[in-house]
Design a protein around this ligand. Structure first.
Ligand SMILES: C[S@@+](CC[C@H](N)C(=O)[O-])C[C@H]1O[C@@H](n2cnc3c(N)ncnc32)[C@H](O)[C@@H]1O
Length: 396
């Protein structure tokens, strides 16, 4: 099948609307994909019941969109935070569970006070997960988060607890990550309430859409998304993946070469890196930043990055067949040399780039601008000043 650029896809690439809808905003995962782009790609290249796989699923944008479009959705990520977020955003919640979570948030907001006695887990402190949260400005937030986490024990089901934890995580991200001024306790409580009502509303919207689709396309193979916590390297040996047909679409954003993105830290009060999201999600951190980014970006010529990209995409090629289309959105710190190097890594992995447009064999690539996240396409005009590009591949 030769892909055809349709107007919906081009419009989605140009779209600069704020991200909204479904559960997309329930946590702001770094470098998250545009759901408008993801939706348009899924609709362009697949039919209901077919499998969409995201090997670098991050905050689950592909899985959310694929599942409400009646596609089978499977993703994996090396980051336990990504796996928690993707699972939480794709929960099928009953109205009763949502009401319980809302009531939990109301009680927590009205009953919690900074004077409450609370033990902040000493294991987490010993392991360094609460680093930078003991300063004059931040200790109150740490205590409020600890109080909120402690109150999870009043919830009865796993799904209720996961959604409530996601609400705490998003509120804490708002309070701590990339902020000049740390909010007051009063502001934190107010935001917790707002986040809870938004998260339960968006979870209801997602659950309604995904359940309706399961009723319609379940017999054709649509399922609840599967989020695997693992590296994509060696995915061809994974029993769950081996039991499936090859994906019709692999849609992803891999780590970006040379671009500084922290998938596993919040930046508190300037450049202090905090592993607090792992404390809040009760999950363990991997290693350093290079663990999540295919290697250290200061490594000479990004050799480790490109060799990891090659090995990862060789595994991706192993689970593909002749009909699989691989669509990537990727950014570069210096596209002039990194894009050709990246394309060579794809070739060595057994993938060939395909033209975006069936009417020409030229490799027309669509670029978008990164800094203000505004999308624009430069169609058939070489490499523009933007740094994000859409690439299409198939098995060589
Ligand atoms: C650009 S982000 C994906 C963002 C995602 N598209 C979204 O909408 O949230 C890249 C992801 O790749 C993950 N990653 C890095 N190395 C990996 C590996 N070897 N296997 C699987 N995931 C990996 C990182 O943890 C990160 O979550």
């Amino acid at each position: 099948m030769r892909p055809v650029v349709n107007q919906q896809l081009l419009d989605a690439i140009h779209c600069s609307d704020e991200i909204s809808g479904l559960t997309h905003n329930a946590y702001r995962y770094p470098a998250r994909s545009s759901p408008y782009f993801v939706r348009a790609v899924i609709e362009t290249f697949t039919q209901p019941g077919q499998l969409v796989f995201d090997p670098f699923m991050g905050g689950g944008t592909t899985l959310i969109e694929a599942s409400v479009l009646g596609r089978k959705a499977v993703g994996c990520d090396i980051n336990s935070l990504a796996v928690f977020v993707s699972k939480a955003k794709t929960l099928l919640m009953s109205n009763r569970d949502l009401a319980v979570v809302n009531a939990w948030a109301r009680t927590l907001v009205s009953a919690s006070t900074i004077r409450q006695r609370i033990e902040v887990g000493s294991d987490w402190i010993d392991l360094g997960y609460l680093k930078h949260l003991d300063k004059r400005e931040t200790w109150r937030m740490r205590k409020m988060i600890a109080i909120a986490l402690e109150s999870l024990r009043y919830l009865r089901s796993d799904d209720q607890r996961i959604l409530a934890r996601l609400i705490i995580l998003r509120t804490a991200q708002w309070a701590l990550d990339n902020r000049r001024t740390i909010p007051t306790v009063h502001e934190f409580r107010k935001m917790l309430q707002t986040t809870a009502s938004e998260a339960t509303k968006s979870s209801k919207e997602y659950s309604k859409a995904a359940s309706a689709v399961l009723r319609t396309y379940g017999s054709q193979g649509a399922n609840r998304p599967v989020c695997l916590h693992r590296t994509v390297i060696g995915i061809e040996h994974d029993p769950q993946v081996r039991s499936l047909n090859p994906p019709r679409l692999i849609l992803t954003s891999p780590p970006y070469p040379g671009v500084h993105i922290l998938y596993h830290r919040w930046q508190v009060q300037g450049r202090r890196e905090s592993p607090a999201p792992f404390w809040i999600t009760n999950s363990l951190d991997g290693e350093g930043a290079s663990y999540y980014t295919f290697g250290d970006r200061n490594n000479q010529d990004l050799k480790t990055y490109f060799s990891n990209a090659e090995v990862a995409f060789r595994s991706i090629a192993q689970i593909s067949d002749a009909k699989t289309i691989i669509v990537q959105m990727i950014a570069f710190s210096d596209p002039a040399w990194q894009l050709p190097e990246y394309l060579r890594a794809m070739e060595r992995a057994g993938l060939r780039e395909i033209a975006f447009d069936s009417s020409t064999s030229a490799k027309c690539r669509i670029w978008r601008s990164v800094p203000n996240r505004r999308w624009y396409a430069s169609w058939r005009r070489g490499i523009p000043s933007s740094q994000e590009v859409v690439l299409l591949h198939q098995l060589a």
